[in-house]
Design a protein around this ligand. Structure first.
Ligand SMILES: [Zn+2]
Length: 161
């Protein structure tokens, strides 16, 4: 921990390490204008819909809404919605009030930008993920990395023959 000169208000600042924490943040609906919550799993590299929409994570967050800590969450359903922009259906966040789709691209682009621009919102609601779910996510990330490398290196290999 850095020991900068703490005033009481400085101490409200958020920890720098968000790895594998659930970060709930506000999203204004493009359709009805009301504020809902959506979330992102803190990851050292990048925001990923694979993490947020992982079945284990979705179940965990649903259960959270039943507990005191999650009562104030205005989380729309996580389900397949048709996207006119993408021209197909995919798992998505949606508006708590009117169910409008919150498009993947904008959601995760926004979160990436917080970290790159060091402009992390002050009103994040941070919840720890249980270790067993973190373990599952990390295995899946490793698998995706492996698939990515396999598909790319195989191409290179074919080219060099
Ligand atoms: Zn709405």
């Amino acid at each position: 921990m850095s020991s900068h000169n703490n005033s009481p208000s400085d101490q409200v600042s958020f920890p720098r390490n968000y790895d594998n924490k659930i970060l709930f943040f506000n999203r204004r609906c493009w359709k009805c204008g009301k504020i809902s919550h959506i979330f992102y799993i803190g990851h050292p590299c990048e925001a990923s819909s694979e993490d947020s929409f992982h079945p284990q994570v979705v179940t965990f967050v649903k259960n959270l809404k039943e507990e005191d800590i999650g009562k104030k969450l205005l989380l729309g359903e996580i389900k397949e919605r048709y996207s006119k922009t993408a021209q197909h259906s995919y798992f998505s966040f949606g508006c708590f009030y009117c169910d409008a789709i919150f498009g993947d691209f904008y959601v995760f682009e926004e979160v990436d930008n917080w970290f790159y621009l060091d402009n992390i919102p002050k009103d994040l609601f941070v919840v720890d993920l249980p270790p067993n779910i973190i373990e599952i996510l990390e295995k899946d990330r490793a698998k995706r990395r492996q698939e990515y490398y396999d598909s790319h290196f195989n191409e290179d290999f074919e080219d060099s023959k």
